[in-house]
Design a binder for this molecule. Structure first.
Ligand code: ATP
Ligand code: MG
Length: 445
């Protein structure tokens, strides 16, 4: 049984009272059966869009997708999408139907949907409608196409990425026939717009099953990140690594918290390795300069997928420094704070944790070094340690009054004093800073 929000029930009821069929459909039915909260509540009905508008004449109705039969009814400011039963015809571009046709048959509407677990309907009068064994697939935790998988991917290639995303997010393995069709039809992904790939990839990366997806579908994902295929089976000849590069990456992605920037950073952090590999005379493998190479690879891929500038900037920072030794004492950490700022350093810590956790267990003692860094960082931030010019107890005007010439000299002097404060040669105190400045000026001349 489903208890939808009151506004949703009201819409179902009103359509039924007016002699129409109306069902909850798709993600909300699936999520209710899984016991999770649906993101939105979609309705499907045999009423045509004009008829829906007539039934809800007293309410604001937005024509949000009228060509596909979708209108949005606003009830108490809650937007609810109501879509007329339809079937899609012809997919010349492997992405959009050439035309949609309204149908009086719920079964036809459910048949056009992508996966069996997304093709369930429910109404208070009928309970669950399950023409494609979706309830059984939910119970078995199995993602399976409605109908012949390869045909469904031919129609709309986005479904290939939706399959990976739902599998990752729901934690459902993909059924063998659907999985085989994904590998077979992956090239069709070239018909999907970069923005759509980007959205699906981000959601996929943030799913709980991402480790399996990366290990099982590198051939698909390498259409967007070509290096992934080469990372599979790459023997690192290095005692740090008990896994090949792809296994290490998949593990690192899965252990970091599900935030797109952090997960993208882990996805890309070692992509430069295959290009930077050498073996020394002792038979130990090295990857000199791999972080920089990974930055180049990440930049190209993220720009092609049209990620926003802030995401790209943060991911590239994290990839670039994921392998750099962190400072361990106060002054060093303050210098890092000065160079990168608090926000970026806070992102770098989980990246280094995840990278270390994905190494062989005997290297996990490095986690304690990270812990020490983290504690010291918190202490410095708590005591509001000065690491930027804006935190200095003197400003440009103070220095001009103390005799510094207006112009670029002021900046130089402030940097000089900041450096002295970071190095703890002088406390961040107005009088002492001015005194120190005069002394230093004296020794300069
Ligand atoms: P979520 O909202 O959590 O992403 P959802 O299942 O609601 O999951 P939507 O993208 O909101 O997914 O789509 C709603 C429903 O429309 C789906 O459950 C599915 O039945 C159908 N659907 C969406 N996109 C496609 C598609 N590309 N091909 C076939 N059916 C689709
Ligand atoms: Mg939805």
């Amino acid at each position: 049984q489903i208890t939808p929000p009151q506004q949703v029930s009201a819409i179902l009821e009103k359509l039924a009272k007016n002699g129409f069929e109306a069902y909850l459909v798709g993600g909300c039915v699936r999520d209710c059966l899984l016991g999770t909260d649906p993101i939105d509540w979609d309705l499907t009905t045999n009423a045509r869009p004009e008829q829906v508008k007539k039934v809800f004449a007293a309410y604001p109705v937005l024509e949000t997708g009228i060509r596909h039969g979708t209108v949005t009814v606003l009830l108490d400011h809650v937007p609810i999408e109501v879509t007329t039963y339809r079937s899609d015809i012809g997919y010349t571009d492997h992405r959009h139907p050439d035309a949609v046709r309204f149908t009086p048959d719920l079964r036809e509407d459910l048949a056009r949907r992508d996966f069996t677990v997304n093709a369930l309907a429910w109404s208070p009068e009928t309970g669950f409608i399950d023409y494609f064994n979706g309830i059984n697939d939910l119970a078995q935790r199995r993602l399976r196409c409605v109908g012949e998988a390869s045909v469904r991917f031919e129609e709309d290639a986005l479904r290939i990425l939706r399959a990976l995303r739902f599998s990752s997010v729901l934690g459902f393995p993909i059924s063998p026939d659907t999985s085989a069709a994904i590998h077979q039809k992956k090239e069709l992904l070239s018909f999907v717009a970069a923005e759509r790939v980007q959205k699906e990839l981000s959601r996929c990366l943030c799913g709980k099953n991402i480790q399996e997806i990366l290990l099982d579908y590198p051939d698909v994902l390498s259409l967007f990140i070509p290096q992934l295929s080469r990372m599979k089976g790459f023997e690192q000849h290095n005692p740090h690594h008990v896994y090949d590069i792809l296994e290490h990456t998949a593990k690192a992605v899965s252990v970091i918290e599900p935030d797109p920037v952090l997960r993208l950073a882990m996805l890309f952090h070692d992509t430069g390795k295959p290009d930077c590999f050498s073996i020394d005379e002792d038979g130990v493998g090295h990857f000199y300069g791999h972080a920089q190479k990974s930055v180049q690879i990440a930049k190209k891929a993220l720009q092609t997928l049209r990620f926003d500038r802030t995401t790209i900037e943060n991911v590239l920072f994290l990839v670039k420094y994921h392998d750099t030794m962190l400072p361990t004492e106060r002054k060093g950490i303050k210098r890092w704070l000065n160079r990168f700022g608090e926000t970026k350093l806070r992102l770098l810590l989980p990246v280094k944790y995840a990278d270390t956790l994905a190494l062989a267990p005997e290297y996990h003692h490095r986690l304690s070094e990270l812990h020490d860094f983290s504690e010291m960082l918190e202490t410095l931030l708590q005591e509001q340690a000065c690491f930027s010019v804006s935190q200095l107890a003197v400003n440009g005007n103070d220095l001009i009054q103390a005799g510094v010439t207006k112009g670029p000299q002021v900046g130089v002097a402030l940097e000089f004093l900041l450096n002295a404060v970071i190095e703890e040669t002088v406390p961040n105190d107005r009088e002492q800073l001015l005194k120190y400045w005069k002394e230093q000026k004296g020794t300069d001349q």
